[in-house]
Design a binder for this molecule. Structure first.
Ligand code: WTA
Length: 658
């Protein structure tokens, strides 16, 4: 693979490449054109460092306290007054109102463009419409929309008037929506008649109707006409276009405290119910503004394309707030990246002369499978920077991205972060400094963040040894808490180690200080970059009347990263049939969403458990991967080898039966 790579060469603008000399496959990037002189500026007084970054945003009033740290609760820029929508829109409108904000393309080829001025006007209209429906500062509004400009409009309209937005990915099912809307007590839901995916219309409004039929506290559903499929309107439904038809296109941005909540985003953890991650305003914006600039080295002339859906945190931080706060022009796409042709993404990059591409390892693995001819037959010469997020990237895929897509000219920024961290915490920062890249490592923490890799007792492990990643100082993008559950916030993230944030990932720090992420250390799966809890999947199974018990695990998958394997124990008297298997897969799709459909479903007589009743998940994994008992006999701490052997044999026997 290495031999087929083009030789890195010098590009004078903003990125300097040097020949790999010391280490195999090391690529050096970055020039450091930012005003932060050296990384060491950020290591001394971190709070002061972040204050200097916050000062680049627009504030109605400056803060009096940069950080109020009452572990584990951090409040950033206390006393400061700001507004996310003002920073994302007005700041650019005052300078370059006609700058293109969004160039949108639909799966069916439709195109739309919005300037910053136009976006501000749409946002203001919807903000006024929300006010006319009685929505007030601090209320929650759920947004369930496909990847269309109105999704951005909806978020910024909420932010403009101090309403907390909570987006639900448009691939989630009615039951998932119901749980989230119930938890956030959203008064209003914003949706559309439908969305396009692989040539099909997903009937979003129908899903919302099913989700909220018993939820009386939902006062209104705002429905956007997008796909024009027939829908039924009830008394509480309002048509978006009618609502904004005659309304004023000017709406002052609410002057909000820096610590005012900006959004809730639900994410999976180790419990059956998703957690409502709550982000604030001033700290979050500072983190996203800074990292977007450092990592993507954004220029006025750039055409930025992030393929993430706004239903996930990457879309919140690096489609909505990051690019817009910098007045960037971006491509927004509704649909599958390989539809109707597998080369769709490369055609779009060539069509719009995209300069920065930010995508996932799952997408890259899929593109790689399609072969090199597709990217090679499109003009990708506009690209200058490539990014990846969401899962560890295999070095082979990294090299393919670098060689075939970037033609050896474009550095890769591998960004590690989480819904909870708000923005990237580990990444190369080409807008700031030069660093040799190593394929598969996200390199080092971003400035102002300090990390460590520790053992079970919180002691730093030796270089090149596996441990748990921890964050050792508060950072501005960190979550405020979990919505309505401070206790859970403390337990999930801050109880494993004292005063250290525990993200739940395994990592290795090598001798050069580079961090290599090794995947989740808890019962959370990453399937095609989507975060799913095994407990969430298991409780979805058990909610079916045929199921007595279920256990789920993930095994490596060459495209999706992880595949979902499920083991199901049926209730007495229920006959295991292939039809029932299909029914259960559909049940999961309906309860969580199509992204959660298991790749394998096995009926078993009983689940292998330790004496204390814990499911031997690694044994299930070994079984699914067809490994031998010898490979796993040391893995289950609480069980004896004999117990494992018996459980394994029983499992195998019952597997063969169905
Ligand atoms: C994983 C996505 C390796 C990790 C922004 C983390 C990564 C979880 C990377 C958070 C990366 C994210 N390399 N692993 N560059 N980025 N992860 O909340 O396990 O959907 O804990 O946020 O994704 O997933 P989430």
């Amino acid at each position: 693979m290495k031999d087929s790579l083009p030789t890195p060469f010098e590009r004078t603008f903003f990125l300097t490449y040097t020949q790999p000399t010391v280490l195999d496959s090391v690529y050096t990037i970055g020039l450091g054109n930012n005003d932060l002189k050296t990384r060491s500026d950020s290591n001394g007084n971190r709070v002061k460092f972040w204050e200097a970054q916050a000062a680049k945003l627009y504030w109605f009033e400056k803060w009096h306290t940069a950080l109020d740290w009452n572990p584990p609760f951090a409040r950033w820029f206390v006393g400061g007054k700001t507004n996310a929508s003002y920073n994302a829109l007005d700041v650019t409108v005052q300078k370059t109102p006609n700058k293109k904000a969004i160039i949108w393309e639909g799966e069916d080829g439709k195109k739309r463009e919005l300037t910053y001025q136009e976006l501000l006007s749409e946002v203001s209209k919807l903000a006024n419409a929300l006010k006319s429906l009685g929505v007030q500062k601090g209320d929650r509004v759920t947004v369930y929309l496909p990847m269309i400009p109105e999704l951005i409009v909806a978020l910024l309209a909420c932010a403009r008037i101090g309403v907390i937005h909570t987006v639900i990915f448009s691939g989630f099912s009615a039951k998932s929506i119901k749980d989230r809307v119930e938890d956030s007590k959203s008064k209003i839901i914003i949706t559309s008649d439908g969305g396009l995916r692989r040539g099909n219309i997903i009937k979003l409004k129908d899903v919302v109707d099913e989700a909220i039929q018993d939820l009386d506290f939902v006062e209104n559903v705002i429905v956007l006409e997008h796909t024009k499929n027939p829908i039924t309107l009830t008394k509480r439904d309002k048509k978006w276009h009618e609502l904004v038809g005659t309304i004023s296109s000017s709406c002052d941005a609410e002057i909000l405290d820096s610590t005012h909540p900006l959004y809730i985003l639900y994410t999976s953890g180790t419990t059956g119910k998703p957690k409502g991650v709550l982000h604030g305003t001033g700290g979050y914006l500072t983190h996203v503004y800074s990292t977007f600039q450092w990592i993507f080295d954004i220029k006025d002339s750039d055409v930025y394309f992030c393929t993430a859906d706004i239903g996930w945190v990457t879309g919140h931080s690096y489609v909505v707030y990051g690019p817009l706060m910098h007045g960037a022009t971006q491509i927004m796409y509704e649909g599958a990246l390989d539809f109707p042709t597998p080369g769709r993404i490369w055609e779009m990059i060539s069509r719009y002369k995209v300069t920065i591409l930010y995508t996932t390892p799952t997408a890259l693995r899929m593109f790689m499978k399609f072969g090199d001819d597709l990217p090679n037959s499109n003009d990708l010469s506009s690209l200058r920077l490539l990014g990846t997020v969401g899962e560890p990237i295999n070095p082979q895929v990294w090299k393919w991205y670098f060689g075939i897509i970037g033609k050896g000219r474009c550095p890769i920024v591998d960004t590690w972060w989480q819904t909870e961290t708000g923005g990237a915490l580990i990444s190369p920062v080409p807008g700031l400094e030069t660093i040799p890249l190593k394929p598969g490592s996200a390199t080092r923490p971003v400035p102002g963040v300090s990390l460590s890799v520790v053992d079970e007792h919180g002691k730093q492990v030796e270089p090149d040894s596996k441990g748990y990643l921890v964050v050792t100082n508060p950072w501005p993008g960190m979550l405020l808490t979990l919505w309505g559950d401070d206790e859970k916030y403390k337990t999930v993230y801050w109880s494993k180690y004292k005063n250290m944030y525990y993200p739940g990932d395994y990592a290795i720090q090598d001798k050069d200080g580079y961090i290599w992420m090794l995947g989740r250390a808890d019962d959370v799966l990453k399937v095609a970059g989507h975060r799913l809890g095994t407990a969430e999947l298991e409780s979805a199974f058990v909610s079916n009347k045929a199921v007595a018990e279920a256990a789920v695990c993930g095994i490596p998958h060459d495209v999706k990263g992880e595949a979902i394997i499920s083991f199901v124990v049926l209730k007495d008297g229920v006959i295991p049939t292939s039809q029932l298997k299909e029914e259960l897969v559909n049940h999961i799709k309906k309860t969580i969403g199509p992204i959660a459909a298991p790749d394998q479903l096995h009926f078993v007589k009983k689940l292998p458990k330790t004496r204390s009743g814990k499911i031997m998940r690694r044994l299930l994994k070994a079984m699914a991967k067809n490994e031998q008992i010898g490979d796993i006999s040391t893995l289950e701490d609480e069980a004896s080898v004999n117990e494992i052997k018996t459980a394994f044999a029983e499992l195998k026997q019952s597997l063969g039966k169905f």
